[in-house]
Design a protein around this ligand. Structure first.
Ligand SMILES: Nc1ncnc2c1ncn2[C@@H]1O[C@H](COP(=O)(O)OP(=O)(O)OP(=O)(O)O)[C@@H](O)[C@H]1O
Length: 708
């Protein structure tokens, strides 16, 4: 297949043995590469290793993230249009080659060739290469069908296309790896790489031009009126200057919108990633109320910071342009000194307001937290707390909140209402020496104009400040969320992810001298703990309440990291193996109160740890395990069977049903080691027997935590 440049598509692709080079070149061309690169690990670019593993490791080495995506047959063009920068795998006579996609459109794609040149190819050619093998058998069948149906020659191509789309709609094509910056990079670096800083500079320049034209217009009118030259020519020039401002005003608004959307997207991405990476212990420590407050804070950061930030930026530009007006007019240096004193005063007041608002926010958060805790624990309180105690302490808390609210609101009113007006008073007072000194009318008028413009800028700045203040306080609370480990994650070892299961009796898990202390506790929950697990073992871990069994389970599953000691899986520690690979090897059903039924279908809740959308064989296996766990009557009872929505807003599952769902979810992850933490506690003897048999049958290696 020849492309526009005369090369064949195959010649423009990178061979498999240059996969890592293609990745680096593409990252460099897309401006994604970072200064620091991690050292190459032995075996890190072993061409024999699986493609996905090699791409993942290669990307980690240059500090990028890669997402392997598969899309439906009909969505392929859309993917190619928006995937760049990405690597796309094509097959030529059974040989894998890779397209380095720099940018994409519906008609043309831009590629980076192994000669490091960019070439354009027809999107259709790439799609045809990707889907050729899939379409071939269908095409013959469809051709035959169209002939038999007597469809006119001219309409056959369209009909064949529609039939192909119809019959292959459910096929997925997984041949694309999207290159992305890790969302943990500093925000400014992400903004720079997206070119947001240029747009921001454009915004400042555009607003400055508009403002200069505005000043020029008024200067023109001032000179004309005060000089007695108010003829139509001067007036026309003034009108012209007013109209010239319009494109700049439009450009400023447009750039503001673009910067808002791009920065907002980056902030959202980062918040979402940070929320998913948060240590579970931290979330638990926060409680549901504080979590909800964080969600509100996240909303505030994006909307208030951007809106407030823009207003402050525009106010700074206007104040900056006002400085030469004041300096050149009647007030001169004395007027500028007055402005400097005023700005100093404004900074002190703003800082004070920040402290007052922070105090108010802390009280508000604690009130929200308390309220939500009470709502969540409503049933317990109804049943077990005397009604006289239901509202204990609420008045005191509310009183404290009101006090800080009044103090903050008063200060805010002073700031927004008084500060801009105090500039008017100070500015006019600063003119007194010039007035007494007999300055000319024109110079005095220019100074007065400068004072009024300053008033406008301060007013704008104060409105911006009120928004930015909310964002800054929300940021203070969210900072820890944002503090994603930007340090490079150690490149995982070259253990192929799809390695065959270890043989029975082979060492699987090795733990020695493990120590773990919760941050809010003085004594460690685990000290000098050791454990050996071999493939095929069935281990029952018993201990008194609070002895640290669940903590050990959390260390083994990787939810917590030991403070000290050695924990190896297949002879590798967690950082060598990588979090992803560790999770594939160990599956767990956490204790009942730590586990959750998500508001999705029953099937999703079963297979969320496997892969979603599910493969046919996974669904079959899920059915089989549910049957063995005695869940068949439940599936028959639910109107939509496996597809019934469950969770808080859906079909309510009983305690025992949930326990068995959690067990099935752990077994369906196909892990080498399954850890069940008190998963059988809620089961009646019959279901307990079924569950134990099922677990013994399906778990390759089993660690069960239970009370004696
Ligand atoms: N998130 C946490 N923050 C602080 N301390 C914790 C946390 N989780 C557990 N602990 C403490 O660590 C110790 C061990 O708890 P762990 O849950 O591991 O015990 P356990 O043996 O599983 O208990 P049980 O059989 O009652 O479930 C306990 O003293 C507990 O209070």
């Amino acid at each position: 297949m020849a492309t526009e440049s005369g090369d064949t598509l195959q010649q423009l692709c990178w061979p498999e043995d240059q996969l890592e080079a293609a990745l680096e070149a593409l990252a460099h061309r897309a401006g994604l590469d970072s200064a620091e690169t991690a050292p190459e690990e032995p075996g890190g670019s072993d061409p024999a290793a699986d493609i996905d593993g090699r791409i993942q490791r290669g990307a980690q080495r240059i500090g990028l993230e890669v997402e392997a995506v598969s899309v439906g047959y009909t969505e392929l063009v859309q993917l190619l249009t928006s995937a760049a920068p990405a690597l796309v795998r094509l097959r030529f006579a059974g040989e894998d080659r890779f397209l380095a996609l720099c940018s994409g459109g519906r008609r043309r794609l831009r590629l980076l060739t192994p000669q490091l040149e960019t070439r354009r190819v027809c999107t259709h050619d790439v799609v045809a290469q990707l889907t050729g093998d899939l379409e071939k058998p269908q095409r013959q069948r469809i051709q035959q069908l169209l002939e038999n149906a007597g469809i006119a020659e001219g309409r056959r191509a369209g009909a064949a296309r529609a039939l192909l789309d119809e019959s292959l709609a459910h096929e997925s094509i997984g041949a694309c790896w999207l290159l992305r910056q890790p969302p943990g990079l500093p925000l400014w670096r992400q903004m720079r790489q997206k070119g947001v800083h240029w747009k921001l500079a454009g915004l400042i320049a555009s607003h400055a031009c508009q403002y200069l034209l505005f000043l020029l217009g008024w200067w023109l009118i001032g000179v004309a009126v005060l000089g007695g030259r108010a003829d139509p020519g001067w007036f026309a020039a003034w009108v012209l200057l007013l109209f010239t401002q319009i494109p700049f005003a439009l450009l400023t608004t447009r750039l503001q919108g673009i910067v808002s959307v791009e920065t907002g997207t980056l902030i959202k991405k980062r918040l979402l990633t940070a929320a998913l990476r948060m240590a579970p212990g931290k979330i638990r420590h926060m409680g549901s109320g504080q979590m909800l407050s964080r969600v509100f804070d996240a909303e505030n950061i994006e909307s208030d910071a951007l809106h407030g930030g823009f207003l402050i930026l525009l106010a700074v530009v206007e104040l900056g342009l006002m400085v030469p007006v004041l300096a050149l007019a009647a007030g001169g240096a004395f007027h500028l000194a007055t402005l400097a004193v005023f700005l100093l005063f404004a900074v002190v007041l703003c800082r004070r307001q920040f402290l007052l608002r922070s105090r108010w926010t802390d009280r508000r958060l604690s009130l929200t937290h308390g309220l939500i805790e009470k709502m969540v624990g409503h049933r317990t309180r109804l049943a077990q707390q005397p009604p006289a105690d239901w509202h204990r302490g609420e008045d005191r808390e509310l009183g404290g909140y009101l006090q800080s609210a009044i103090a903050s609101d008063d200060a805010m009113t002073r700031l927004v209402a008084l500060l801009p007006r105090s500039w008017l008073v100070l500015g006019i007072a600063g003119l007194i020496p010039a007035f007494v000194g007999g300055a000319q009318g024109g110079a005095l008028a220019a100074s007065l104009g400068g004072i009024l413009l300053g008033y406008r800028a301060v007013l704008k700045g104060m409105h911006g400040f009120t928004n930015a203040l909310n964002a800054a306080i929300a940021w203070r609370n969210m900072r820890e969320l944002f503090a994603l480990e930007t340090a490079r994650v150690k490149t995982p070892s070259s253990i192929p992810p799809g390695r065959p299961a270890a043989e029975r009796g082979q060492p699987l898990l090795y733990a020695r001298g493990l120590r773990f202390k919760y941050p809010n506790k003085e004594r460690p929950a685990l000290r000098d703990c050791g454990l050996n697990v071999a493939t095929g073992d069935r281990i029952l871990l018993q201990g008194t309440s609070g002895s640290g069994k669940s903590t050990l389970a959390n260390l083994i599953t990787g939810l917590h990291t030991p403070d000290d000691g050695l924990l190896l899986l297949h002879g590798y520690d967690r950082s060598s193996l990588g979090a992803h690979q560790w999770r594939r090897l160990v599956a767990s059903a956490p204790q009942f109160h730590e586990n959750h039924v998500l508001g999705e279908s029953f099937l999703f809740n079963l297979l969320m740890g496997d892969c979603w959308p599910p493969r046919n064989e996974s669904v079959q296996r899920a059915y089989a395990i549910c049957r063995e766990l005695g869940l068949e009557p439940l599936l028959q009872k639910m109107p939509a069977g496996m597809l019934q929505t469950v969770g808080e807003m859906g079909w309510q599952l009983s305690h025992g049903e949930r326990s068995r769902l959690y067990i099935a979810r752990a077994l369906l992850q196909n892990a080498e080691l399954v850890v069940l933490d008190e998963s059988f506690a809620a089961l009646d003897p019959e279901n307990l027997r079924l569950a134990v048999d099922c677990v013994k049958k399906h778990a390759r290696t089993l660690l069960v935590i239970a009370h004696p």
